[in-house]
Write a protein that binds this ligand. Sequence first.
Ligand SMILES: C[S@@+](CC[C@H](N)C(=O)[O-])C[C@H]1O[C@@H](n2cnc3c(N)ncnc32)[C@H](O)[C@@H]1O
Length: 227
Amino acid sequence: MESNYDLDALVPRYVRKIKVKRLFSTYIMPADDDFEVNFYTVYRHYLFNTYFSRYDPIYEFGCGTGYNLSILARLFPDKRLFGLDWAESSTKLVNAIASAYRFTMEGRLFDFFHPDYSLHVPEKSAFLTLNAMEQLGTEYDNFLEFILSKRPRLCVNSEPFIELYDENNLLDYLAAKYHRKRNYLNGYLDALRKLEEKGRIEILKEQRVYMGSIYHEGYSYVVWKAK
Ligand SMILES: C[S@@+](CC[C@H](N)C(=O)[O-])C[C@H]1O[C@@H](n2cnc3c(N)ncnc32)[C@H](O)[C@@H]1O
């Protein structure tokens, strides 16, 4: 493998590309080129330590290169981790990293649009998505049904949520415009809020994180469970 299994090579290119960032609804120009990468590393350690320490196994859907799974594997070496993605290259990479580092993690093919109900989800499981459901636009129903039927103990979605912008603010307005133009996830957070009103789920945390790229905020999260 070209990168010789260096886990730093898993940093997605989009995180480093443009220097201007957004923080607390204003633009900033960080002195450190790696400001967003470093923020993202701290953010994920916080998120994983706060929410996943009690659950096992953990399933990351739309796991890509395994960038997040390799943090989980080092934080929780005894937990079983599953990395699911519809790209075969992702499955191969996750399995290659698992054997190179002896992580207890496994890559598997999975399509959000046609969820694989044969996936075994034991009692203490947790589900994670990180900048993956963003790709679904308004087509999140099949995956949401899948989560509701598999009933993991906890579900954490860290995604750009259009519902959290205040479009009276110019930067938020531009972010929402970008979000719609890219056809990013739209309606999922509202769907969860409605399910909570109906008593079907409990939302434990809905957190807007005021940090992102020049274009939009990508680090907000919702933590919920089926009742
Ligand atoms: C922006 S990448 C994020 C990857 C990873 N979660 C991360 O944070 O580095 C989005 C991932 O979602 C996957 N994806 C997009 N649509 C999908 C679908 N319908 N089913 C499964 N995976 C999908 C892509 O293959 C890609 O790996």
